[in-house]
Design a protein around this ligand. Structure first.
Ligand code: IMP
Length: 190
């Protein structure tokens, strides 16, 4: 069996080139939008990009460098209980390091799937009275939504029900370092 993780992928859904092009487009759009009215911070501080660890780390790093105007970063980490008894329950693992009151917050996610995670984050952030909250996700699994959440920036809609890995996204903590997004061969899923 090969050690190379790229060879464990049966199908590439989004290549590194496609992702890079899309990150560039979204970065430009974000910059234009915040210059043209999306910014609500009365103190005119830069938008705060909040990376949802660990899945969004790679996208956040690329996206941020495609935004040609000022931004600041923070990081948050959540996990799903996923025990079947409380579907959609989300637990805070690591909180933001700074207050967001009065700030323009842009949450950067890898995937919005059922919508529970982003809904949890949006509600939790709203209670801290930011000036605005927007959501950016690389992959929007539109067909799997259980909670109605507004996504402001979506890299790629994914209609099919596929479990994907790469470009930050994992299967059992592996494959985050693939430069593209793909589907694993069945023999690599336990
Ligand atoms: P939601 O709460 O159901 O919207 O799930 C969002 C989170 O589930 C994402 O941030 C991912 O961490 C994880 N997730 C959902 N679908 C996939 C997938 O296909 N591959 C890897 N992680 C996924």
């Amino acid at each position: 069996m090969t050690n190379k993780i790229a060879e464990r992928v049966s199908r590439v859904l989004f290549s590194a080139e496609q992702i890079s092009k899309r990150a560039h487009e979204i970065g430009e759009q974000i910059s234009v939008d915040y210059a043209n009215g999306a910014a609500r911070d009365t103190q005119r501080r830069p938008p705060l990009l909040v990376c949802v660890l660990h899945g969004a780390l790679v996208f956040m790093a690329d996206l941020a460098r495609e935004i040609p105007t000022e931004v600041e970063y923070d990081f948050i980490s959540v996990s799903s209980y996923g025990n079947g008894t409380s579907p959609g329950a989300v637990r805070l693992v690591k909180d933001l390091e700074r207050p967001i009151e009065g700030r323009d917050v842009l949450i950067v996610e890898d995937i919005v799937d059922t919508g529970y995670t982003i809904d949890y984050l949006r509600r939790g952030f709203a209670a801290r009275l930011p000036a605005s909250i927007r959501i950016c996700t690389l992959i929007d699994k539109v067909a799997r939504r259980e909670i109605d959440v507004q996504v402001d920036y979506a890299g790629f809609p994914l209609e099919q029900d596929a479990f994907i890995v790469g470009y930050g996204m994992d299967y059992r903590e592996l494959y985050r370092n693939l430069p593209f997004i793909g589907v694993l061969k069945p023999e690599h899923i336990r």
